[in-house]
Design a protein. Structure first.
Length: 231
């Protein structure tokens, strides 16, 4: 019995005399660091995907509070309304091209990794077509637009998890370097998407005005019927 107690005490003393750096190396070894790296990387990638599809699939891209740009010293409502409309159009013309170019570049990066056997021009064409399709569906059904915006980033993540060797950084960098050679095509792609956005926004505005006018007519008719019934 005493021998067992002595053995236990010696084991405790041996543990206490162990190099703590060795214990730390076991606790925070390469495996744990690798796991931490992949976890943090996937976390930030998931945040980016969430922001990507939420932002790109919204019908109203820019939530502009134009009331703070009103002209307080101007009493004529028509001038105030014209000023707000001018600012709205100006902001869309300035911000929208940068917005389209940014998401076009993001989707092109995704496709550069995924579509290894597709030409750079074809990849750029598919990227802007996907941006345009997402923008179209956002005016009809935002849920569908969100699903479309999620497909490519999530597919890229699945490929990375199942076959990391699929990716080639050299091929990716070479494709990026060849993008400036397509600047005429890229300008045409972006111009098409901007024009499409304006057509969709104007059509949506006309539809909303027609619906609002119809609702007002029905409301006025109902109010007139109520007054007649009262008399």
């Amino acid at each position: 019995m005493f021998e067992n107690v002595t053995s236990i005490i010696q084991n405790i003393q041996n543990i206490g005399s162990m190099d703590y750096r060795y214990l730390l190396s076991i606790m925070f070894g390469p495996t744990y660091l690798e796991l931490l790296f992949f976890t943090i990387g996937m976390f930030f990638y998931a945040l980016f995907v969430w922001y990507f599809y939420k932002k790109l699939s919204k019908r109203d891209i820019f939530e502009l509070n134009l009331s703070k740009y009103d002209l307080p010293e101007v009493k004529w409502k028509g001038l105030k309304k014209s000023w707000s409309s001018f600012l709205y159009v100006l902001k869309y013309w300035i911000l929208l091209p940068f917005y389209v170019i940014f998401w076009f570049f993001v989707l092109s990066v995704f496709l550069f990794f995924m579509a290894k056997n597709v030409s750079v021009r074809q990849t750029a064409l598919m990227s802007i077509a996907l941006v345009a399709t997402i923008r179209i569906t956002s005016y009809f059904k935002e849920e569908l637009s969100q699903d479309l915006a999620k497909v490519m980033p999530l597919a890229l993540l699945v490929i990375f998890l199942t076959d990391p060797s699929f990716f080639s950084w050299d091929l990716f960098l070479n494709r990026l370097k060849s993008l400036p050679n397509l600047w005429i095509d890229i300008i045409q792609f972006v111009t098409f998407t901007i024009f499409l956005e304006w057509v969709l926004r104007i059509s949506y505005g006309i539809k909303n005005r027609a619906v609002h006018k119809k609702v007002q007519e029905v409301s006025q008719k109902n109010n007139s019927n109520i007054k007649i019934n009262l008399f």
